[in-house]
Ligand binder design. Structure first.
Ligand code: HEC
Ligand code: HEC
Length: 358
C-alpha cells in the first residue's frame, strides 16, 4: 500500500511538470537526429545487466521476458542479438548497442559471445506517444491535451509503447545508425514486449539483422582487374541498400503530428542510388493522404548512381570512399570501413582502374 501512495505522489508531481511542457518537434523526429554521429563520453557497456544470457540468440527475447512470460522475473527494457552481417548469419561478440533517449540520456550495452545484449535501464518515454497497430494507422493518442494542444496528461511512462529512442550500433571503427526512433514495447505495459531481434533478425526479416559489419563483404578480392559486377556491386548491395536504392527510401517520423497528417516520411538516400551504375528514374505511386494504400497518382523519382560519386583521377578522394571510411566526412549512413579494410581497398582499386561497368 505504501508504495502505491508513493507512486501516486510521484505521478502527481510528474503531471505538474508535464502541464508546463511545450511540444518541441526536435525531440520526436528521426530526421533531426539522422545525421548525428554516435554519442561519446560515457562508459561503454555501462548498462549491461547481470546474467550469462547465452540462450535463444536471434529470437524475440520479449516472448519470454515479458509480464506473464516464462522469464517474467527478468523483465528487460531492451534485449536482442547483434550480428556482424546484415543477413544475421554470424553473431558479433563485443559490439556495442547505443540508445539515446529524447532527453539525451545514453544507454550502452555490449554484446556477449552469443551476440546477445540486454538491459533493465529505464528508457525515457515520449509524453506524446500514440498507440498503433504494428506501426500503422489508426494512431490512438496515449495522452490527453486541451483544445490549444497543451499537454494535460502525458502518456504513461511505464507503458513500453511510449519508450522512444535513437539507436546506433558500433564495433571499433565501424558504426551504423539504426535510422528509426521506434516505440520499443509493441505490447502494452502488461502484454508481450518486442525484443530488437523481432524486427532485426535473420534473412526472413526484411530489415535485416541488427548488424555492424567487418569491412569485408567477399572472402577475397583480386590484386588487380576488379569487376563491377563480381566485386563492387556485392559490396554496395550488402552495405548500402538499406538507404541508397532506386525510388523512395522512407521511414515515417513517429511524431505527434502522425495523428493529424500522414506525410511525415523521411528520405534516407540523399538522392543517391548505389544499386545502379548510372543512376535511376523510377515511377513511384503517390498515396492518398488519409486513406491507407489508396494510389492517387505517380511521380518520377530520379537519383544519381555510383558513377556520380567516384573520381578516377583521385580515387581516394571519391565521395563514395570519403563518406564511408572511418574518420572521413560525416555521413548519414555511418562508417563502414577503415583504410585497411578489404572492402575499402577493393573499391579504391576499382576506382583507380577506371571505375568501369565491367
Ligand atoms: C523461450 C523463452 C526465452 C527466450 C526467447 C529468451 N529467454 Fe532468457 N530466460 C528464459 C528463462 C526461462 C530464464 C530463467 C528465468 C528465471 O529463472 O525465472 C531466462 C533468463 C535469462 C537471463 C538471466 C539468467 C541467465 O541465464 O543469465 C538472461 C540474461 C536472459 N535470459 C537473456 C535473454 C536474451 C538476451 C534473450 C534474447 C536474445 C532471451 N533471454 C530469450 C527464457 C527465455
Ligand atoms: C542508414 C542509411 C544509409 C546507409 C546504409 C548508407 N548511407 Fe550513404 N547516405 C545516407 C544519407 C542520409 C545521406 C545524405 C546525407 C549525407 O550526405 O550524409 C547519404 C549520403 C551519401 C553520399 C553523398 C551523396 C552526395 O551526393 O552528397 C555518399 C557518397 C554515400 N552516402 C555513400 C554510401 C555508401 C557507399 C554506402 C554503403 C557502403 C552508404 N552510403 C550507406 C544514408 C545512408
Amino acid at each position: 500500500m505504501k508504495t502505491r501512495i508513493a507512486i501516486a505522489i510521484i505521478f502527481a508531481a510528474m503531471l505538474a511538470t508535464a502541464a508546463a511542457f511545450a511540444y518541441e518537434e526536435i525531440y520526436f523526429s528521426s530526421a533531426e537526429l539522422l545525421y548525428e554521429p554516435s554519442p561519446n563520453g560515457y562508459k561503454v557497456g555501462k548498462d549491461n545487466d547481470a546474467g550469462r544470457g547465452l540462450h535463444h540468440a536471434g529470437e524475440n527475447c520479449g516472448r519470454c521476458h515479458s509480464p506473464g512470460g516464462r522469464a517474467e522475473h527478468f523483465l528487460f527494457t531492451i534485449a536482442g542479438t547483434l550480428y556482424s552481417d546484415r543477413s544475421a548469419s554470424s553473431p558479433l561478440p563485443g559490439g556495442e548497442v547505443i540508445l539515446q533517449d529524447r532527453e539525451g540520456g545514453v544507454i550502452s550495452m555490449t554484446s556477449n559471445r552469443a551476440g546477445n545484449f540486454w538491459t533493465t535501464a529505464p528508457v525515457a518515454s515520449d509524453p506524446y506517444s500514440v498507440a498503433t497497430t504494428h506501426g500503422h494507422e489508426p494512431f490512438i493518442p496515449l495522452y490527453t491535451e486541451d483544445q490549444n494542444g497543451q499537454l494535460l496528461e502525458p502518456a504513461a511512462s511505464d507503458d513500453p509503447r511510449t519508450w522512444k529512442y535513437k539507436t546506433w550500433v558500433r564495433k571499433g571503427n565501424y558504426s551504423r545508425p539504426m535510422v528509426s526512433i521506434a516505440g520499443i514495447g509493441g505490447g502494452s505495459a502488461t502484454t508481450m514486449r518486442m525484443g530488437c531481434s523481432m524486427h532485426h533478425g535473420g534473412v526472413a526479416h526484411r530489415a535485416g539483422g541488427l548488424w555492424v559489419g567487418k569491412g569485408e563483404t567477399l572472402g577475397a578480392y583480386p590484386k588487380a582487374g576488379l569487376s563491377y559486377r563480381k566485386h563492387i556491386y556485392p559490396i554496395l548491395r550488402s552495405n548500402c541498400s538499406p538507404c541508397h536504392i532506386p525510388g523512395r527510401t522512407v521511414s515515417s517520423k513517429n511524431t505527434k503530428s502522425d495523428i493529424s497528417a500522414a506525410s511525415t516520411a523521411v528520405d534516407y538516400s540523399g538522392g543517391l542510388d548505389l544499386m545502379t551504375y548510372e543512376g535511376s528514374a523510377v515511377e513511384a505511386p503517390l498515396y492518398h493522404p488519409t486513406i491507407p494504400m489508396r494510389v492517387i497518382g505517380y511521380e518520377t523519382i530520379a537519383k544519381a548512381g555510383v558513377l556520380s560519386v567516384v573520381d578516377t583521377a583521385a580515387a581516394a578522394q571519391s565521395l563514395l570512399l570519403r563518406k564511408t571510411v572511418s574518420g572521413g566526412e560525416p555521413h548519414g549512413g555511418g562508417a563502414f570501413w577503415t583504410e585497411r579494410s578489404e572492402d575499402y581497398r577493393a573499391l579504391l582499386r576499382w576506382i583507380s582502374e577506371g571505375a568501369q561497368q565491367n
